[in-house]
Write a protein that binds this ligand. Structure first.
Ligand code: HEC
Ligand code: HEC
Length: 215
């Protein structure tokens, strides 16, 4: 009998703890999970599993994105890919669902908690590297598939991959490096060409550091 109040307060504490966390999770399950996976890794899914979802995998969202960017993008989602996701022929319909500021904060907290062990922190420092620029714009075909900010405020580059304009605000530089080193962990379908055997790790660091300064 004497134990009862203790049990009750433990239960109450547990309920409070889960409900503050569950907020973003519950919104996600209701409004977002139809189009996005939150369980990885991507390479363990079949191609039809991959194509079953209409949007990118988000199980590593906390490693990929910068929190401030995510918080504001979810409230005002501007197109990232010029083309529709996984298509080379259809334009991006620019019709992503929007969240209120409150729901965006809850969902951002939830997504920032989803991280990948393949992304090591503190490896890449954003840097205006001449070598990185040379790789991105000349030596490798990166700019043939990705838009990027060129000199004098001009946007250049191809349309088949996600735009890298604004990458300095959107992407975590360490994720860019991990993605270049090990593309298939993150996206095996309609993925990027695999540069792992083409660029050595130093060159990958330089190009990741260069992408990380894109305004
Ligand atoms: C009908 C399918 C659909 C629904 C529902 C949906 N999304 Fe998306 N989502 C997409 C597509 C398609 C993209 C790619 C958009 C682009 O590139 O501009 C995307 C992109 C994203 C991105 C950026 C991912 C990246 O790698 O570039 C985030 C974050 C995201 N969605 C979160 C959410 C959240 C949170 C919800 C629920 C409120 C949600 N989505 C609901 C289809 C959907
Ligand atoms: C043949 C076209 C092609 C080439 C060449 C290419 N990419 Fe990509 N890239 C893609 C595609 C396709 C994706 C993933 C598409 C998706 O998630 O919708 C991608 C994704 C990326 C991403 C992640 C962007 C995001 O928001 O999810 C980065 C960063 C990137 N590429 C950098 C590079 C760099 C650096 C190079 C050169 C070393 C390069 N890419 C070469 C097509 C290409």
């Amino acid at each position: 009998m004497k134990r009862l109040p203790v049990t009750v307060s433990i239960l109450a504490a547990a309920v409070m703890a889960t409900s503050s966390y569950a907020g973003g999770d519950a919104i996600f399950q209701k409004d977002c999970a139809d189009c996005h996976y939150t369980v990885g890794p991507a390479r363990e899914k079949t191609i039809s599993d991959q194509l079953a979802k209409k949007g990118p995998e988000l199980w590593y969202a906390g490693s990929k994105f910068q929190k401030e960017w995510l918080l504001s993008w979810l409230q005002d989602p501007k197109p990232i890919r010029p083309m529709k996701y996984n298509s080379l022929t259809e334009k991006n319909p620019a019709d992503h669902p929007k969240l209120s500021a409150g729901d965006s904060a809850a969902v951002t907290d939830y997504l920032m908690g989803l991280t990948s062990a393949d992304v090591k922190a503190g490896v890449i420092k954003p840097k205006k590297s001449a070598k990185g620029r040379l790789i991105f714009t000349k030596k490798m075909p990166c700019s043939g598939c990705h838009q990027y900010p060129a000199r004098k405020g001009k946007i250049k580059g191809g349309l088949s991959g996600p735009s890298l304009v604004g990458a300095s605000k959107r992407l975590n530089p360490d994720w860019v490096y991990a993605y270049l080193m090990n593309t298939k962990v993150f996206k095996p379908v309609r993925d990027m060409p695999d540069f792992a055997g083409v660029l050595n790790p130093k060159a990958m660091e330089k190009v990741a550091a260069y992408v990380a300064i894109f305004k």
